[in-house]
Design a binder for this molecule. Structure first.
Ligand code: SF4
Length: 642
């Protein structure tokens, strides 16, 4: 029997890692073929970015190594393939996955250690390649692959890879592809990918999903239900639903119900993360409502990406109308389900002003617990990577060292990966891109992480201060007051972003020993820095707020109330006494029935501390895992009126 290994490297997130789902799918499909099962041994799947030498030492005379390539592992995989070919020149290396260009063999030119490229869906080409390699057949009969001819020239077969019917795709979980990993990596907890359908009916220009398979293929329900049972049995804490639009089909509600019932019975899974359907609010709402009640929700994502009509047109994306979103967000609020809004910075057509006004619309009325904004990345097979598209929108691109949010700090010898990021467009010059990203990080740090949310809301309601003006004002304040905490921190972040926009390879995430060995995105890092000095931060706040015309007592109480209500690990008073009824004001505001602030002396008493852990645990549990579901705002207090 010849050994076949699979490789799908990713970074561990602390002590958690994802099971290598794609490789498992490919192996499960191939080993259904009796000829493959009798000739080859499925010898395992590597999924951590261990040093290249360590991985090689764990292999035994590989006949074939198949690599599932994404933007975050391509360079590492190439280095590994090079080392494999040096030690075992007869071993065949096959590269497939989202990172492989669909219509070009050029990635083989840059790396002589790649023997075969699979373009697009991998199941059938890999199966046929394995058969050809076992029997010495003709590779030109294999669909959608590139390889070298005898004279060294590259050749690409043009027949497209067939899209297998979903019922022909075996489950890697149920086929046992990962069974050995639980013993081998007993120090890790695993997250798993749940794929209930494949494909996407939409065509967003920044995404490489819509291009290839527009038709949705539903996995059989029996498979899905059996996988959910498997997750529960294997104590999988986090299930990531990989569907492009979970909730697009009425049956998805039954799938969420099955996850809830598994959790009720055995305690697992503990979280279900998904990208919900953008064209229909009702089913995702009902699913989120149930998941929230069962403690399985990680917050409801509202994937706007932009609310600017021109930008949405440029990227070929149709969202719900803003009014429809607003209704859904209000329903989420009423049910106490934290919703967070996702945006992309650097989309063509967007300007600083349109981005800021989009944030205003979403924050208006306190509709979202949190905002998440990502720089726009150009993925190899996305429509946005087409030269004509780049030219049309004058995209300015920077190739930057890639890091994953919340990954563990990589070792110094880690092989760098790269991302191509849009750092300027015809409508957003580079300086505006820096400004926009800094603005969005400030909103994430102070609004999304709740350090100033209540202050901003109150000023918005009582003084008509627009949210974006409030947060832009903070940035200006930091520039004008370098002696303050904000004045010390924000220029550091801004300098980092400027360097980033110029293609400086500096990583955009921050890792500080105080917060453990996890890399936090800038918005969260900014919050954490201010949180560790919350006494100073709040004592300097009056200087910033003085322009808003609150009377001194009201301002002091507002700051004290904000400080009291923000979940922080240290220096938290358990009780606050107020002349104004802040609690009633904010309760009414979040319920969508805001009323003017009343004078009504009261005490707010917390019976237990909200945070009872050290900074690294706080950063992980409350900021990384918890902020999207509103963990950074304290709950469970009593209001005692005088
Ligand atoms: S971003 Fe989502 S909706 Fe748009 S093409 Fe990609 S998967 Fe489909």
């Amino acid at each position: 029997m010849k050994n076949v290994y699979f490789m799908q490297a990713s970074y561990a997130m602390g002590s958690n890692a994802y099971l290598p789902y794609t490789c498992g799918c490919l192996a499960a499909y191939a080993w259904k073929n009796p000829e493959i099962a009798s000739f080859y041994r499925y010898s395992g799947c590597f999924f951590l970015r261990d040093p290249v030498g360590t991985v090689l030492d764990r292999m035994e005379d590989p006949k074939v190594v198949a690599f599932s390539c994404y933007a975050w592992n391509f360079e590492y995989h190439k280095a590994l393939a090079t080392a494999i070919k040096a030690r075992w020149p007869e071993c065949s290396t096959i590269f497939g996955g989202h990172q492989i260009l669909r219509c070009s063999s050029e990635q083989m030119e840059a790396c002589g250690a790649i023997d075969y490229l699979v373009h697009g869906a991998g199941e059938v080409p890999l199966e046929q390649l394995l058969l050809v390699l076992s029997k010495g057949g003709d590779v030109s009969s294999v669909p959608s692959v590139s390889y070298r001819l005898a004279d060294g020239k590259l050749f690409r077969t043009l027949s497209p890879a067939p899209q297998c019917p979903a019922e022909d795709l075996p489950s890697p979980y149920l086929e046992g592809c990962f069974d050995t990993l639980f013993e081998q990596y007993s120090q890790l907890t695993f997250s798993a990918t749940l794929e209930t359908s494949r494909g996407c009916p939409h065509h967003c220009a920044f995404c490489d999903w819509g291009g290839e398979s527009h038709r949705l293929r539903d996995m059989p329900m029996e498979r899905i239900l059996a996988e959910i049972e498997w997750f529960a049995k294997r104590k999988i804490e986090v299930v990531f639903c990989a569907d492009s639009n979970f909730g697009i089909s009425p049956r998805d509600e039954a799938i969420a119900d099955a996850v809830i019932s598994a959790k009720k019975k055995v305690g697992y899974p503990k979280k279900l993360i998904a990208s919900y359907d953008k064209g229909n609010g009702d089913i995702p709402f009902r699913m989120n409502e149930k998941l929230q009640r069962a403690g399985l929700s990680a917050g409801a994502t509202l994937a706007f990406q932009s609310v600017d009509p021109l930008t949405l047109e440029n990227i070929g994306r149709k969202n719900l109308t803003f009014d429809q979103y607003r209704d859904i967000m209000l329903r989420y609020n009423e049910e106490g389900i934290p919703a967070y809004a996702e945006f992309i910075v650097g989309l063509p057509g967007e300007t600083y002003d349109s981005f800021a006004s989009g944030i205003d619309r979403v924050l208006g009325g306190g509709l979202c617990a949190s905002i998440e904004a990502f720089p726009c990345e150009v993925l190899p097979n996305a429509p946005m990577s087409e030269p004509a598209y780049i030219e049309q929108h004058q995209l300015q691109l920077a190739r930057l060292r890639r890091t994953q949010r919340h990954q563990s700090l990589p070792p110094a010898e880690d092989i760098p990966e790269y991302a191509t990021i849009v750092v300027g467009t015809a409508t957003m010059p580079r300086e505006d891109w820096v400004r926009t990203l800094l603005f969005s990080d400030v909103v994430q740090a102070f609004h999304g992480c709740q350090l100033l949310t209540l202050v901003a809301i109150f000023l918005n309601f009582s003084r008509h201060v627009v949210f974006s003006d409030f947060y832009t004002g903070m940035i200006r304040f930091a520039q004008e007051h370098p002696q303050t905490l904000l004045g010390e921190l924000l220029p550091r972040f801004s300098t980092r972003l400027s360097a980033f926009s110029q293609g400086d390879g500096e990583q955009i995430l921050l890792c500080e020993p105080l917060f453990g060995d996890i890399m936090y995105p800038l918005g969260e890092a900014l919050f954490l820095h201010c949180a560790t000095q919350s006494g100073r931060f709040f004592s300097e706040l009056p200087l910033f707020l003085q322009h808003y015309g609150l009377n001194a007592e009201m301002q002091a109480e507002l700051i004290a109330y904000q400080h009291l209500m923000t979940a922080l690990p240290d220096n938290i008073p358990e009780k606050g006494c107020f002349q104004y009824d802040w609690s009633a004001f904010f309760t009414g505001y979040y319920a969508g029935t805001p009323k003017a602030l009343q004078i009504r002396p009261n005490s707010i008493v917390f019976r237990q501390p909200t945070v009872n852990c050290a900074w690294p645990d706080f950063a992980r549990e409350f900021v990384w895992y918890g902020r999207k579901k509103g963990a950074l705002i304290r709950k469970g207090y009593e209001v005692i009126y005088a």
